[in-house]
Design a protein. Structure first.
Length: 358
């Protein structure tokens, strides 16, 4: 009988089959006796696994009072209600450094969503530590302790979204950068132009972008892309002529037609590394480089926000926008709708005009 085949998940975002009899989750090896591994194994995307592991590292550093502490070495049996409550308060006041090009470094507080995400990660590990019998004794917690910890409420409140649609000036800065740099920059210009247009013209999440494969995810003669999004849900997004043309140029002039990852890194010498898959970090680095003239750091999510906002501004119904963006709920899509803000501005202006006539 052949050996079982397991999935190995690499830090660069790629997955492959291996007959090692082990499973790697990000940078840690799967261990059915560890509640951290049991929790990460439940997550459906590699990006989610990496994100939640980073959240758990934050707790490990705090709980163990050591900067090098790792979640898999935490004695979860020792965690109590008072610890998680104190950790929640610590997150509330934890200063986070900010980096704005050309500005003096400052600090800010963690967002409510981030604070709650850190607490949720800890609570979900403790759930495994309580309910799964394979967990080793020093990591198991009592059911009564777990129930007490579950009584801790997440912080309530809502903040306005930090990302927004690109302005015309910001778009022009990115667009102009694709024609600069001369011959040495030629290959990067071709790839980055295609990356930029696919993100802003199809509204992809960065993890959806880097996990695309050729030719499986590009269909209808470059007219449509097929995406596996959050929750392992598949959707198709049509491409307009400009996006399709840029993607075709990238394939024909640079990448080539061989099957495999759609996007590859490019070396400083301008050579495509066909043996590696482009990572989310690589995309963010590209965005910082292309937008270096701007005072605000533009992340890939700004391009997704631009796509959704433009759809709604041009009268696309919210349910179609929801389907194209891959949102589970139309309530999420409403965040992209800035028409309410525009109506508020107009209402205030009307009041000013009426005041002047009195």
């Amino acid at each position: 009988m052949p050996a079982s085949t397991d999935v190995v998940i690499h830090g660069d975002g790629s997955s492959r089959r291996a007959r090692s009899g082990k499973i790697l989750l990000g940078d840690i090896r799967y261990d059915p006796t560890d509640p951290v591994c049991l929790y990460l194994a439940d997550l459906t995307s590699e990006e989610s696994q990496r994100t939640m592991y980073r959240c758990l590292r934050q707790f490990a550093r705090w709980f163990c009072d050591h900067d090098e502490a790792l979640p898999e070495y935490v004695h979860w049996r020792e965690v109590r209600h008072a610890d998680v409550l104190e950790y929640q308060l610590y997150l509330q006041y934890k200063p986070v450094p900010t980096e704005t090009p050309g500005a003096t470094p400052t600090t800010k507080a963690l967002s409510l969503a981030t604070q709650n995400l850190y607490v949720i990660a800890v609570r979900n590990v403790l759930k495994k530590a309580c309910r799964i019998s394979s967990v080793v004794p020093h990591k198991r917690i009592d059911a009564q302790v777990y129930q007490e910890i579950c009584e801790i409420k997440l912080r309530a409140g809502k903040r306005l979204a930090k990302t927004r649609a690109l302005t015309d000036t910001e778009f022009d800065v990115f667009w102009d950068s694709f024609t600069q740099g001369g011959r040495q920059q030629h290959n990067k210009n071709i790839r980055d132009r295609a990356l930029f247009l696919v993100m802003i013209g199809a509204g992809l999440r960065v993890n959806e972008l880097v996990t695309m494969d050729w030719p499986n995810n590009v269909i209808d003669n470059f007219g449509t892309i097929r995406i596996i999004g959050k929750g392992n849900k598949e959707r198709e997004v049509p491409l307009n002529a400009d996006v399709a043309s840029a993607l075709r140029d990238y394939i024909e002039q640079l990448r080539g037609d061989g099957p495999g990852p759609l996007w590859h890194p490019i070396s400083k010498a301008g050579q495509l590394d066909a043996g590696r898959r482009l990572t989310p970090g690589g995309v963010r680095k590209m965005m910082r480089f292309r937008g270096c003239e701007l005072t605000e750091v533009i992340t890939p999510h700004y391009l997704r926000k631009t796509f959704g906002t433009r759809l709604l501004q041009h009268g696309v119904d919210i349910f179609t926008a929801q389907e194209l963006l891959g949102h589970a709920s139309a309530d999420t899509t409403k965040i992209y709708d800035t028409r309410g803000k525009e109506r508020k501005i107009e209402a205030v202006n009307v009041l000013v005009r009426k005041t002047k006539t009195l």
